[in-house]
Design a protein around this ligand. Structure first.
Ligand code: ATR
Length: 292
């Protein structure tokens, strides 16, 4: 491998990490743009995360992505955190600065918003109430990204009601203090047992739970009362058409799958490391689809 100074390295830290699609995405762009660099898998045991992050600069890395289980722990291990990542409570991208210090970002929300725009150019965050199913890390990223785009009425519905209420309280207080587009966004919780009624007047329904993924059962949610123009989105991308999306399509609702979020979240990180803002092309989509 070349040690030429313009050779740029980046990678993804996780544990386990072998399943990650990120190398396919970033190495596709490195090739496409004729860059001198590589994006590698970095299997890092959580016990070694601090040492691994400290080593990035010494090893000449431009930065890295973080995935399960490192996204939250890394918050306390970087030198600065941008506002969006702080709100989300997790980091998925680290940039090694010229002085060797580490800056933390979270581009999952950027990826989510771009994936909706990709699927429906006319989509707007302020079109009406949003219903978010789930209250885990993915829900946090989705809620913050929607509020930062101007969504003002965000509702959370989660199997464990207490988590939905806790998230609603935290975000409503946070957004009340905001000085950006998230200012004044109100986040409320809907009881899980009322979920079939909660879809009645929403403009966007999003699944952030693991239901419908792989061999998991479908999300237990009736779409009977959902307005026909409501956009239905699922951040699950295996399968690309989850039972929720299939049901939404069958009744005529517009839909957006989860693969776009995975592809688009990689773009700002690539830009920060390699100095080129890459595009999500049909060729890239096909390459990653082939690995699913
Ligand atoms: P992530 O960080 O990817 O969001 P997570 O934090 O484990 O993952 O969250 C998974 C989400 O899926 C949670 O909202 C979880 O609900 P609970 O808070 O009640 O655990 C939701 N989930 C998992 N299994 C579920 C099921 N069988 N039915 C409904 N929701 C489920």
């Amino acid at each position: 491998m070349s040690t030429h100074p313009t050779f740029k390295l980046a990678g993804v830290m996780g544990w386990p990490i072998a399943h990650s699609r990120s190398p396919s995405i970033h190495n596709h762009w490195i090739q496409q743009h004729g860059l001198n660099g590589a994006y590698v898998l970095l299997p890092v045991n959580p016990a070694n995360l601090q040492d691994a992050l400290k080593g990035l600069s010494a090893l000449g890395f431009a930065g890295c992505n973080l995935t399960i289980p490192h996204k939250v722990m890394a918050l306390s291990l970087v030198d600065r955190i941008d506002d969006t990542a702080r709100r989300m409570g997790a980091i998925n991208t680290i940039v090694v600065e010229a002085d060797g210090s580490l800056s933390g970002y979270n581009n999952d929300g950027f990826g989510y918003i771009q994936s909706l725009r990709d699927a429906h150019q006319e989509w707007r965050a302020d079109a009406g109430p949003v219903l978010v199913m789930g209250a885990g890390g993915a829900a946090r990223a989705v809620i913050v990204s929607l509020a930062e785009q101007g969504a003002k009425d965000i509702r959370i519905c989660n199997r464990t009601d207490a988590s939905a209420y806790a998230l609603a309280t935290e975000f409503t207080a946070d957004f009340a203090q905001a000085s950006d587009a998230a200012k004044g966004a109100v986040v409320t919780a809907e009881p899980w047992e009322k979920r079939h009624d909660a879809v009645a007047d929403v403009a966007l329904l999003v699944n952030t739970t693991s239901q419908g993924m792989g061999s998991n059962p479908p999300l237990d949610l009736s779409l009977d009362q959902l307005p026909l123009q409501a956009l239905v989105s699922d951040i699950v991308y295996i399968p690309q058409e989850t039972p929720l999306l299939k049901a939404a399509k069958a009744r005529g609702n517009p839909t957006a799958g989860g693969l776009g979020m995975l592809l688009h979240q990689a773009r700002p990180a690539f830009n920060a490391w390699f100095g080129v803002m890459p595009e999500v092309t049909p060729a890239l989509r096909q390459k990653v689809e082939a690995t699913l």
